[in-house]
Design a protein around this ligand. Structure first.
Ligand SMILES: Cc1ncc(COP(=O)(O)O)c(C=O)c1O
Length: 390
């Protein structure tokens, strides 16, 4: 093995380089180029208290550490923590709140976030409210004393609204509140919330980070040492950690994140353009369009507009249900962010938990997770499904 100390430092400034190398040097004992999946739950001590940084796998695991270092680097974070799911990561972050403190969530938050806040945190004494975070002045006017956390999601699931991270963060920090950004839809390739002032970034790694619809995971990252210490404590104390194999899968997914996101964005833009001119579509929700209310903000804080497109069917819910049933390449399924294209009906599927709430989704809405197949094939598939409801 070459002596790593004699090598010049790795040029690791570029996103793609960091995605492939940070936390992942060749294995010291074997030279394995791919980070091994370390299954051992326990690690030998040379003598009591003397070990190599690993004791018990809930507390730390080498495969998980590689993944945590890599993704933290991509988010521009000092520390990152892997969890068993996006919801487990959200739960850990929301445990920063004490009973009596308040969290503000977006009025079109992911349904699972709404469920966690309204049905798990609220009964434990955490106050919560819903706000239109796309309007910072209205957020300032409606500010309630005791608000300790503002939860941003941008772009949102499924309405693809865009929130100005820097503007909301500035007003929250002035009032002593912290800001969390759910960066699942954008990924660190397109948007780095910590660089815009946010305190914590969270992910459902199940989506673009894993990228192949074969692993459930979550992540939280921060530059705040106090928050990092608490998250490290909660990760171990609560124990909602991913398996070494799951860590390996996400780490492998991250290596190709940049190239996948480029193609997701390109294909989504082609699909959005087709939808925009189709008679079966009442409105396309896509931040890449100049007339999208969040377009200027998205241009400012994102590298590109992402791989998600939603639209309202002109024929209402019945037409939306018919369209999602008639695509052939787009699979009718929940989740998003994989290489394959998916279509779904949020009101009855992913966001059913928000029905009859202030976050209820328009039943005419159809959500697309645009994959990386050939764009023309995707456009043709969607067009035939839309044509069939005219
Ligand atoms: C924006 C967003 N945040 C969080 C989650 C929850 O992540 P998971 O399903 O990995 O628990 C999801 C899942 O769909 C999501 O879309």
């Amino acid at each position: 093995m070459p002596d790593a100390r004699r090598q010049p430092p790795l040029p690791t400034d570029g996103f793609e380089t960091r995605a492939i190398h940070v936390g992942q040097p060749p294995d010291e004992s074997t030279g394995a180029v791919v980070t091994p999946i370390t299954l051992s739950t326990t690690f030998a001590h040379r003598e009591v208290g003397e070990h190599q940084g690993f004791e018990y796998a809930r507390s730390a695991n080498p495969t998980r550490r590689a993944y945590e270092q890599c993704l933290a680097s991509l988010e521009g974070a000092a520390r990152g923590f892997a969890f068993a799911s996006g919801m487990a990561a959200e739960d850990a972050v929301l445990r920063l709140l004490a009973p009596g403190q308040r969290v503000v969530i977006p009025d079109d938050a992911y349904g699972g976030t709404y469920r966690l806040v309204s049905q798990v945190l609220a009964p434990a004494g955490v106050a919560w409210s819903v706000a239109d975070l796309t309007d910072p002045e209205a957020v300032a006017r409606g500010w309630v004393d005791g608000t300790a956390l503002v939860w941003i999601e941008t772009p949102t699931n499924p309405a693809l609204t865009v929130v100005d991270i820097a503007a909301i963060t500035a007003l929250a920090h002035l009032r002593g509140a912290r800001v969390v950004v759910d960066n699942t839809f954008a990924t660190p390739y397109l948007q780095r919330p910590l660089a815009h002032g946010a305190d914590v970034v969270v992910h459902s790694a199940t989506k673009y980070l894993g990228g192949h619809s074969d692993v459930v995971g979550g992540f939280a990252a921060t530059n705040d040492p106090e928050i990092a210490a608490r998250l490290a404590f909660l990760q171990n104390a609560v124990g909602a950690v991913p398996s070494p194999f799951d860590c390996y899968l996400v780490l492998r997914g991250i290596k190709t994140l940049a190239v996948r996101m480029e193609r997701h964005c390109e294909n989504a833009s082609a699909i959005a353009a087709m939808l925009n001119g189709h008679r079966a579509v009442a409105r396309v929700l896509y931040p890449g369009f100049a007339d999208h209310p969040g377009h200027a903000t998205a241009r400012n804080q994102m590298r590109d507009f992402g791989g998600m497109v939603s639209f309202l069917a002109a024929g209402g819910e019945d037409a939306a249900l018919a369209i999602v049933a008639r695509t052939r390449l787009f699979t009718l399924a929940e989740s998003l962010g994989g290489v394959e294209s998916l279509i779904e009906h949020p009101a009855r599927m992913t966001h059913a938990s928000a029905a009859d709430s202030p976050l209820a989704v328009d039943p005419a809405l159809v959500r697309l997770s645009v994959g990386i197949e050939t764009a023309d094939d995707l456009v043709a598939d969607l067009r035939q499904a839309l044509d069939s409801v005219l």
